[in-house]
Design a protein around this ligand. Structure first.
Ligand SMILES: Nc1ncnc2c1ncn2[C@@H]1O[C@H](COP(=O)(O)OP(=O)(O)OP(=O)(O)O)[C@@H](O)[C@H]1O
Ligand SMILES: Nc1ccn([C@@H]2O[C@H](COP(=O)(O)O)[C@@H](O)[C@H]2O)c(=O)n1
Length: 227
């Protein structure tokens, strides 16, 4: 039985792509690539430079010029990987509320997508990968051997993201958003992302509302074994 070499995991915000993707990659010894981090890194740079997030042409130029690198974590502070932009470590900066608010608009421009999709394909050519995002199975790696589309209800995804922020920031942190704000942000991003978020026709859809991370992983390993 042939084993998958490129595993695509797509789905909306908070569906569990990064958690599941990173564990799966670690367990298989595959390279793990979170494409959302690339869009976030570009957005961080655009905000630093004061670029208009509506200006697709300028953002496409910035994407071509910027050096966005996702590498080994090196620092033990809970990160899955280290993201640098032109040599600067932006691993946590790309998770800021400002980047999260702006990233879907920046990602919606074809000029931006063209550049980052090409960079993602180049990364996948390096070897066996688990790549997570919105359009991996349908657009970036349409010939991936295994395509998974994770879903969960909006409320469940909001609960997960809020619990994560609470754990990372603590109850009293001034930057901790309310549960309603987290939910509103996910709903808004779902809407903007919709066009780039369709499951590939041959993706296996896993509804995760009532599944633990371990159960999701178990299902994916089972599907992989059947190929
Ligand atoms: N099946 C699950 N059951 C419960 N919690 C989960 C499950 N999958 C993921 N989580 C938790 O939900 C939160 C969001 O998961 P994760 O960051 O992996 O989502 P994501 O799909 O990568 O989201 P985004 O696209 O916004 O980065 C994390 O805190 C994670 O631990
Ligand atoms: N393949 C992808 C991945 C991400 N995006 C956009 O980036 C945003 C942030 O992604 P996270 O996974 O870190 O939440 C996401 O909301 C999309 O707008 C994308 O377009 N394509």
């Amino acid at each position: 039985m042939e084993q998958a070499e490129r595993i695509a995991i797509d789905g909306p915000a908070g569906a569990g792509k990064s958690t599941v993707g990173e564990r799966l990659a670690r367990c298989l010894g595959y390279l793990y690539i979170d494409t959302g981090a690339m869009y976030r890194a570009l957005t961080w740079l655009a905000l630093q430079r004061g670029l208009d997030p509506h200006d697709g042409e300028a953002l496409g130029r910035l994407a071509r010029e910027a050096s966005i690198v996702i590498g080994y974590p090196h620092i033990d502070d809970g990160r899955q990987y280290t993201v640098t932009v032109n040599g600067e470590d932006v691993t946590w900066a790309i998770r800021s509320p400002e980047v999260t608010r702006t990233v879907s608009l920046v990602s919606s421009h074809p000029e931006v997508r063209r550049v980052l999709i090409e960079a993602q394909r180049a990364l996948a050519r390096a070897g066996r990968v688990v790549m997570v995002g919105r359009d991996i199975g349908a657009v970036v790696l349409p010939d991936a051997e295994l395509k998974i589309y994770l879903t969960a209800s909006l409320e469940e995804r909001g609960r997960r993201r809020y619990a994560e922020l609470l754990e990372r920031l603590g109850h009293d942190h001034p930057a901790l958003p309310s549960f309603e704000e987290v939910l509103a942000d996910i709903r808004r991003r779902d809407e903007i992302d919709r066009d780039n978020m369709q499951p590939a026709p041959d993706a296996i859809v896993i509804e995760t509302d009532h599944l633990s991370v371990a159960q999701v992983l178990e299902r994916i390993c089972h599907m992989r074994g059947k190929r």
